[in-house]
Design a protein around this ligand. Structure first.
Ligand code: HEM
Ligand SMILES: [Zn+2]
Length: 184
């Protein structure tokens, strides 16, 4: 994972638990906490930070990863507002992730390990994202989708079946918009 992901995790922890909280997570996971946003670090290092954060806060890893995804969206907005501003709404934005957003990210960080998404478009209020990555971070994807929905002020329900964690070769994340702010 890129250092930028570690920076965002640190910001999230610091907001709720201060520098002290972050330092105890570093200590517990045996990390020196020195990250440069464009450099790559082992995925295991990120996973062990999240594991330590879960032990310290008592929040389950799955819930932390989801929250982290939501938090990432707000950080991405302050770093890359253009990707959000060019979108008409949640579905439009999600459709742009594979072909535009992650493509641009790859130009910025050529050795980034980005997932691949295929799409099945329903009507204007539904979309299935088919997620493949050897990291199986579908819970992070769920948090990123939730954070994006909040950004666009839209609500949705999600169906996550099949899932790679249950033996499938890809996760199907089906998003159905609900409520008044319907449409792309
Ligand atoms: C402006 C918005 C976004 C930006 C700038 C962005 C950028 C990035 C970056 C920098 C990484 C880390 C790559 C690495 O460390 O090697 C990443 C990973 C990832 N992104 Fe995005 N992303 C955005 C939105 C989204 C959204 C909305 C989704 C989900 C629907 C998503 C799904 C993922 C997933 C699941 C990963 C983890 C890597 C993996 O699964 O293998 N991203 N993204
Ligand atoms: Zn899954």
């Amino acid at each position: 994972m890129k250092g930028i992901v570690f920076d965002i995790l640190r910001d999230m922890v610091e907001e709720s638990y201060g520098l002290e909280g972050w330092n105890s997570i570093l200590e517990k996971s045996g990390s020196n906490g020195l990250y440069i946003s464009t450099e790559s670090y082992k995925d295991d290092e990120l996973f062990s930070l999240v594991g330590a954060a879960s032990e310290i806060t008592g929040i389950a890893v799955n819930d932390l990863v989801f929250k982290f995804g939501e938090y990432m969206v707000s950080q991405f907005y302050s770093r890359f507002p253009i990707f959000f501003d060019r979108s008409k709404g949640l579905i439009d934005f999600l459709l742009s992730i594979d072909r535009i957003v992650h493509l641009e990210v790859r130009k910025l960080y050529p050795d980034a390990n980005l997932p691949s998404f295929n799409y099945q478009k329903g009507d204007d209020s539904s979309l299935t994202m088919i997620y493949r990555s050897e990291r199986k971070l579908c819970r992070l994807a769920e948090g990123l989708i939730s954070g994006s929905a909040k950004f666009f002020n839209q609500t949705y329900t999600m169906n996550h079946d099949p899932c790679m964690h249950h033996g499938a070769d890809a996760c199907h994340l089906k998003i159905q918009l609900t409520g008044e702010a319907n449409g792309i």
